[in-house]
Write a protein that binds this ligand. Structure first.
Ligand code: ADP
Ligand code: MG
Length: 729
């Protein structure tokens, strides 16, 4: 009898919704109360300091040392007034999540007393011991030190009585060791490139912002049941588990009523979000049982990403208060949908125009077509890179699994926009060029707004879909740092826009009109990149064949997908935009391969343990009970009758034996494969060996364990089953 499992079930059934102490105030009164936002800056900083800081933030300038000291003083006073006693630089190393090291605001005073201290120097830069963070060999070859440096564009905040200062993290020699540094570089580069092109249409444009609205999917599991599943605790997903008789086939969970325990969790989480200035807005049930989604109002990409990272750590914390564990893994349960994090992405000018939104006038629409076409060209050229940017050991379980985008990057435009672009590409009559002529406008371009406003044309199977005024990059995984995708996408689009501008400028110099030049370049781009458009069913086998014919990247092995970062088109693009140097790209890939290997290695170990120590002993015990039974029945009913009475049992005994034998054999094979792979020095080769030789026996083992789960006495089964894990009461 498995006491662990049944104790967990008993304990889980005691967990009820806890009453939430909502703040007495209205949301606008506590919204952002833990953020050092402009309002707090004005209150706590001397006027000249405030002006200098805002100028530096808005116009991307560096702060003088005096101003930094003055900001630090005000920030410290605000933090202490709000209960903080420590401060930390908060950064995003190349692992999952964030890193922080807390220091108290104290210093020895002159007379042996303790005084509160926080200086500009401490605010601006620190030297965390970088040696334990992944760096892909950069630190070994150069210097052991790493620096964290203040990112003034993302406001400081208080979390758990600690003032958190968003920072970048770089090596002594300036190579990035984090996600934020290249993200800021990519955003800078797309700002300059897109503003250059946007000025063809509005010369007053100074800056273009990149916007991100992520949609975070997640699962909740009762804490007691979670603790009884070593695979969930150690790997974030179930490595075994037979499908529940009921799962998502009735589709009754999507947008269904939210269970009260979950609703209490959500309310608590949203309140925490709002206090930290994260504009959490939408919540709903997802398709799979126990699966939910939270989406905020979109924000500037760097801030939106900080907010997503902050949200992910808040989720873990708040979930525990409600006796839940939150699963951010892309595929915690086999047989039901996994979790993604759709990245809604757009570009907008500082004049308030969204560049992927069709406008009211012909000029607006030419601008719209210009930007859409350049995005298509960038995604086409760098489709393998974009896939690599969302690839990970965990997301691999979700991609191509017929509920998430396939492992091929294509763009869904919808039939109307696709038709418009086709006509632009083929139609070379003068009417197209004559945009000041009402008739010319009506030809097509003028109709775009009316039809696109009705944005019902949806395709769930597309990894990158146009959705009215933005693109939705759907292939991003639920546990990912969005920066990875946003770095690749913004940099690729920046590079494409720079090229486009150079080509258009050359035509202008040769005497062409602006419209002529733009349309000529748009047509030529469309001719080159239209293969990236695919509006059909991305799950079908025909698409896989068709995509290969079109030359789109069809690689399905994650360690090999990472190669895309080092192919010449990527290295050159990242070099031209100044987003990542070749040294950085190489180092990052080392980290990616290493992390891939380690994740699979941990899973393989946990699976081996569970199979050999938990499952097989239980199966053998059950088999012995059956065998005893057979012997006793045959003694009681000698001859034919005894045989008849025991046929079912002897068959089960045989089947159990086959399953346990296969599990044992495959477990040995898996250990051998691991040993062999561990001897490989090259990180890429090692990751490939894990992918090719360790994962296949893992899948076989799981198959046989799941079969045993369906045969062995339920009371003996040691692990909480899917039907217990997946339905919160
Ligand atoms: P759906 O599930 O229909 O895709 P949601 O409301 O769940 O839509 O999420 C849409 C997300 O897209 C939200 O975060 C929203 O703020 C964001 N979004 C809306 N417009 C833009 C835009 N122009 N740029 C970036 N994100 C956007
Ligand atoms: Mg969506």
């Amino acid at each position: 009898m498995s006491s662990l499992r049944f104790n967990a079930i008993d304990k889980a059934s005691l967990h009820k919704a806890i009453a939430i102490d909502l703040p007495d105030q209205r949301p606008d009164q506590y919204y952002g109360c833990y953020v050092f936002n402009r309002q707090k800056m004005r209150q706590y900083l001397p006027a000249p300091t405030y002006d200098a800081l805002i100028d530096a933030i808005d116009n991307k300038k560096t702060l003088s040392r005096e101003i930094a000291d003055s900001v630090a003083e005000g920030m410290k006073r605000w933090a202490i007034d709000n209960g903080a006693r420590h401060y930390t630089h908060w950064f995003h190393p190349l692992t999952d999540g964030t890193a922080e090291k807390h220091d108290a605001f104290i210093q020895h005073g002159a007379d042996g007393t303790i005084v509160e201290e926080f200086t500009g120097k401490l605010l601006v830069q620190q030297e965390p011991d970088a040696s334990s963070f992944p760096n892909g060999g950069i630190r070994n070859t150069f210097e052991a030190r790493g620096y964290s440096a203040w990112d003034i564009s993302s406001p400081a905040f208080i979390l758990d009585k600690t003032l958190c200062i968003p920072t970048i993290f770089i090596s002594y020699t300036g190579e990035s060791l984090d996600y934020k540094t290249p993200l800021l570089r990519a955003l800078n580069s797309v700002d300059k490139a897109a503003a250059g092109v946007a000025r063809y249409f509005d010369p007053k444009v100074k800056h273009v912002h990149s916007y991100l609205g992520w949609e975070q999917e997640y699962f909740l599991v009762d804490e007691a049941l979670y603790s009884a599943r070593p695979d969930l605790v150690l790997t974030g997903r179930t490595l075994m588990g037979h499908e529940s008789a009921k799962n998502q086939q009735l589709e009754d969970h999507y947008f269904g009523a939210i269970p009260s325990r979950v609703e209490a969790f959500m309310l608590d989480l949203e309140t925490e979000c709002h206090k930290l200035g994260i504009p959490a807005k939408t919540r709903h049930n997802e398709v799979a049982p126990n699966q939910f989604e939270l989406a905020p109002i979109f924000e500037e990409t760097n801030l939106a990403n900080d907010h997503n990272l902050l949200l992910m750590s808040l989720m873990h914390e708040v979930a525990r208060r409600h006796n839940f564990r939150v699963l951010l893994h892309e595929k915690p349960f086999a047989g039901i949908n996994g979790s993604g994090k759709h990245n809604n992405w757009s570009l907008g000018t500082d004049r308030g125009v969204l560049l992927f939104a069709p406008g009211k006038t012909a000029t607006d629409n030419l601008q719209f077509i210009t930007f859409i076409t350049n995005v298509m060209a960038a995604v086409h050229r760098h489709n393998a890179l974009l896939k690599a940017s969302i690839a990970s050991a965990t997301n691999a379980h979700r991609l191509g699994a017929n509920e998430a985008p396939p492992a091929i990057i294509s763009i869904f435009l919808g039939s109307y926009l696709r038709n418009v672009l086709e006509r632009i590409e083929t139609n070379d009559t003068e009417a197209w060029l004559n945009f000041s002529d009402k008739k010319g406008m009506r030809l097509d371009v003028d109709q775009i707004p009316e039809i696109l406003v009705d944005n019902t044309d949806r395709n769930r199977t597309s990894p990158f879909a146009f959705t009215g005024n933005r693109f939705e990059f759907r292939a991003v995984g639920s546990s990912a740092n969005c920066a990875s995708a946003m770095i690749a996408l913004n940099a690729a689009v920046a590079d494409q826009l720079n090229q486009f501008k150079a080509d258009v400028d050359a035509r202008l110099e040769a005497g062409e009109s602006l419209n002529q030049a733009l349309l000529a370049e748009i047509r030529s781009l469309l001719a080159q990149c239209k293969d990236i458009n695919f509006d059909g069913n991305g799950y079908s086998d025909e698409w896989k064949e068709e995509a290969a014919r079109r030359g789109l990247d069809c690689e399905i092995s994650v360690p090999r997908m990472f190669d895309a970062y080092l192919q010449p088109s990527s290295v050159e693009m990242f070099g031209r935009t100044g987003v990542l140097s070749k040294v950085e790209l190489r180092a990052r890939n080392e980290v990616k391969w290493e992390v891939y290997t380690k994740k699979v290695q941990i899973e393989a170990r946990v699976l081996g343990d569970l199979a050999v120590n938990h499952i097989i002993p239980v199966a053998v015990r059950y088999r012995n009970i059956l065998a005893d039974n057979v012997l006793k029945l045959r003694a009681l009913f000698p001859g034919k009758k005894g045989e008849e009475l025991t046929t079912a049992d002897t068959e089960t005994i045989e089947r159990i034996s086959t399953h346990t034998a296969t599990i044992n054999e495959q477990a040995e094979l898996m250990v051998e494969a691991r040993k062999k792979a561990n001897r490989i020095v090259d990180e890429r080769e090692k990751a490939i060996a894990y992918h090719d030789t360790v994962i296949p026996p893992m899948e076989v083992i799981r198959y046989h364990i799941d079969k045993l789960e369906g045969m062995v006495d339920d009371r003996m089964w040691p692990l909480p089953k899917y039907r217990e894990l997946l339905f919160i009461r």
